[in-house]
Design a protein around this ligand. Sequence first.
Ligand SMILES: Cc1cc2nc3c(=O)[nH]c(=O)nc-3n(C[C@H](O)[C@H](O)[C@H](O)COP(=O)(O)O)c2cc1C
Length: 437
Amino acid sequence: MGAKPFHLGLFLQGSSVQAWGEPWTGRIGETWMVPEFFVDVARALERACFDYVLLEDSSYVGESYAGSREIYLRNGIAVPRQDPSVVATLMIASTSRIGIVPTFATFAYHPYLLARLMATLDQVSSGRAGWNMVTGSSDYAARNFGLDGMPEHDLRYEMADEYMEVVNQLWDSWEPGAIVADKVGGVLIDHTKVRQIDFRGKYYASRGPLNSGPAPQGRPVIAQAGGSPRGRRFAATHADTIVASIKGADRMRGYRDDVRAHMQAQGRDPDRCKVLFLVQPIIAATREDALELKARRAKRVLEQADRRLAFLGKLTNIDFAQFDLDAPVADLTTNGHQQTLDDFKRKAAGKTLREAIAAYNSDGGSVDLAGSPDEVAAQMEEAMQQAGGDGFLLTLPDLTRRSIAEVEDGLVPALQRRGLVRSAYTYKQFRDNLLEF
Ligand SMILES: Cc1cc2nc3c(=O)[nH]c(=O)nc-3n(C[C@H](O)[C@H](O)[C@H](O)COP(=O)(O)O)c2cc1C
């Protein structure tokens, strides 16, 4: 490869019904419950040599629009949603090289349970497990776990810092070489290399050692998406890969520079964390077809303003049904996803709520990508040159076998021809492939 290649991941919106109501979904309304679709996605993207599939998650039924669950249930917005650990396991079982990254929220999983679960996933995948590390942000989700609500935004990150300390200590509670498996001597494990941790912090406590045994990668690959200043600091401390939804090449560059500066300040090598920017490419046979598709999508977004606002409300804990769609956007604050709301507010300047959500949902993510496979490949190359990032996390507005084929058989070969992505995995383990370039 000539130019420095970049990394690719897929953002899978939960183990959930995908693209409900859209063409090309087959019988998704009935077949979402069984794993073939998710397994097909993982296998296709492994053939395309993606670094990873990230399985997004939340653990509640949306209720942020008009104080009702109706719009979420009627339209299958992030519901039904299966436990990502199960689907991740099935994806692992049907692949051999790609990284599989389920999401688990720190408020929902005790650190011991999480450390054990992730070590197990890393073991059964022979070192291909990642963890999308989120704090959770919804009071509805908190209430499903018997809490009154979520802690305040920055406090969540402070708690998560301590959480990371516990899980890292648990993963380190087995020293390298602890498993001797000496048949002749009759020793399976060297007991001197397995230690309790006796962690007692402000928010969490755990005695250890971890009973699952060690993770092949030492610890799973950690993915994180902190966008706020506090979130960025957190991600810079812990993440192996950051997934960022940052709009525009200048801001992308600024974001990555900021994260890298934080890493340097903490004594971490900035090259040990790969920043992938969220993009939503529109790929078609020709540029004209892609632009037509883009226009059709923009029209559909406008028609579905309430659904799109319901989804945004789920992320930001704001009930947008209280506002007039055709009035200017009110001044908004959130204890939910701050970066998301900031991006929306930037788009909303001088627009009505309807126009704002249409504009927010119609752009292509961090950069606009639309055209033939080769044109989109060229646009990605240019964006990486301008922003200096490490790659892209693709999100497909209609995730179907058809759109996955457009990526596997159209976009990726075009990227490979330009030497921009890998054509074969070099290593067996996920982190090694991620840090290769
Ligand atoms: C690409 C991407 C994926 C995310 N996946 C999840 C997820 O699966 N579950 C979740 O609760 N939050 C998820 N988030 C939200 C982040 O964890 C975080 O709350 C959000 O980026 C806002 O961070 P901030 O409040 O520091 O700005 C994701 C964010 C991004 C950009």
